[in-house]
Design a protein around this ligand. Structure first.
Ligand SMILES: [Zn+2]
Length: 365
C-alpha cells in the first residue's frame, strides 16, 4: 500500500500524538513542520541543504506552478520530484487559497473560479476538476481538494454557503482524481470561526474515508485566540487513524497548541521569508541580525543548533552579510530558520514519546 499512517503514541494529558506516515517517497514522522517551496524551490536552499534541515515532506503551490512554468512542462520533466531534484515526499495545495486571497477580478460560481493572471493578464478558470488535473500532472504524493476560502471576517451565512460549496467541490475532486494509487487526496475542513459549521463540515467528510484531512481557513485575518478555539474543537472530531494537517500555521506557540489538540502536520512560509529579511528564529524569538548588538558578537547564532550556519559562522559574520545585502546571508538564515522549525517539531515528537510533552512544552500552552 502506498500510504499508511501508524499511530505510535498518545500523550497522557493532551490530544498530542506521534505517528509514522509512509508515502510513496518516504516516511513522514509526525508531528512535523513542512517547509514551503512555492515555485518548486524552498527559496534559497538546494535540495541537499534542505535534507540537512530534517525536513521530510515539503510543499509546492499549484496556483504558482500553473502560471509558471505550467504543469505540462513539469509533467514532461517527469513530475515535480524529478523537476526540482527532491526525492522526499511533496504536498501540493489546490490553488484555492491563492485564487481567493491574491487574485484580482475573480468571479466565484458553482462551476469554479475565474480570475485574471497577475503574470500576463489572461483570464484563467480554476475548477475542482482543473485543480485536480493540474495536481495529477505535477505528481506530488499528497494533493489537496479545491475549496472555497472566505475571508476570516465573513459572516455566518457567507461561511455556511462556502462550506457547503467546498463539500460539493470535494465530491467533484474525488471523481476527477486519476491517481488515487500514488497520490493521497486530502479533504479540507472549512467553517470559519463558527463551531457548528466546523463540526458539520467534519461530519460530512468522515463518511468519505479520505486518506487524510486538513483544517483550512485559519490564519486568514481572524483573532489568534479564535483560531486556537477552532483547532481545539475541530481536530479531535477527525478520524484518529488519518494524518491531520493544519494549513498555513507555523509559529512556535500556534504549533504547540495545535499539537496539543492532535494536529500532525504544519506548513508556513515564515522561515524562508524571515531569512530573506535578515531575521533569525532563535529559541522561540525573532532576532534582527542587522542590529548593532551583533556586530562584534563572535558566538554562533544558536550554539544548540546543528545546522551548517550555526556550526560554521558567527553572529558578527551574519550581521556583516545582512548589512551588506549579500545573498549568502539570506541563504544561511533561511537554512537556520527551516532547521529551527523542523527541529522544534522533532523535539516535541521526542517529548511526546517520553511522556514529557506538558513538562517541556506546557509553558507555550
Ligand atoms: Zn542553526
Amino acid at each position: 500500500m502506498a500510504f499508511s499512517f501508524q499511530l505510535q503514541k498518545k500523550c497522557l494529558h493532551t490530544q498530542a500524538r506521534v505517528g509514522t506516515w509512509s508515502t510513496p517517497h518516504g516516511l513522514v514522522e509526525t508531528p512535523r513542520f513542512m517547509p514551503v517551496g512555492t515555485l518548486a524551490t524552498v527559496k534559497g536552499l538546494t535540495p541537499a541543504q534542505l535534507e540537512t534541515t530534517g525536513a521530510q515532506m515539503i510543499l509546492a503551490n499549484t496556483y504558482h506552478l500553473h502560471l509558471q512554468p505550467g504543469e505540462t512542462i513539469i509533467e514532461a520533466a517527469g513530475g515535480l520530484h524529478e523537476f526540482m531534484g527532491w526525492n522526499g515526499p511533496i504536498l501540493t495545495d489546490s490553488g484555492g487559497f491563492q485564487v481567493f486571497s491574491l487574485s484580482e477580478l475573480r468571479k466565484i460560481r458553482e462551476i469554479g473560479v475565474t480570475f485574471r493572471s497577475p503574470r500576463d493578464g489572461r483570464i484563467i478558470e480554476l475548477t475542482p476538476e482543473r485543480s485536480i488535473h493540474i495536481q495529477n500532472a505535477l505528481g506530488a504524493d499528497v494533493i489537496m481538494a479545491f475549496d472555497e476560502c472566505p475571508p476570516g471576517n465573513a459572516d455566518y451565512d457567507t461561511v455556511a454557503a462556502a462550506t457547503d460549496r467546498t463539500y460539493r467541490w470535494l465530491e467533484r475532486c474525488i471523481k476527477a482524481h486519476q491517481r488515487p494509487h500514488d497520490q493521497a487526496l486530502f479533504g479540507i475542513v472549512q467553517g470559519g470561526i463558527y463551531p457548528k459549521l466546523r463540526s458539520d463540515a467534519v461530519s460530512a467528510l468522515i463518511p468519505l474515508d479520505l486518506p487524510g484531512y486538513a483544517i483550512g481557513g485559519v490564519s486568514v485575518g481572524e483573532e489568534p485566540a479564535l483560531v486556537r478555539d477552532i483547532v481545539k474543537l475541530t481536530t479531535p472530531l477527525l478520524p484518529v487513524s488519518k494524518p491531520r494537517y493544519l494549513m498555513g500555521v507555523g509559529t512556535y506557540k500556534e504549533m504547540v497548541m495545535a499539537i496539543a489538540s492532535g494536529i500532525d502536520l504544519f506548513d508556513c512560509v515564515i522561515p524562508t521569508r524571515f531569512g530573506r529579511h535578515g531575521t533569525a528564529l532563535v529559541a522561540g524569538e525573532r532576532w534582527n541580525l542587522k542590529n548593532a548588538q551583533f556586530r562584534e558578537d563572535f558566538t554562533p547564532l544558536d550554539p544548540e543548533c546543528p545546522c551548517y550556519t550555526c556550526q560554521t559562522f558567527s553572529r558578527a559574520y551574519l550581521n556583516h552579510l545582512v548589512r551588506s545585502q549579500e545573498m549568502l546571508g539570506y541563504i544561511l538564515l533561511s537554512l537556520h530558520n527551516v532547521t529551527e522549525l523542523v527541529r522544534f517539531t522533532q523535539r516535541i515528537r521526542e517529548a511526546i514519546l517520553k511522556d514529557r510533552f506538558t513538562q517541556e512544552f506546557g509553558h507555550w500552552l
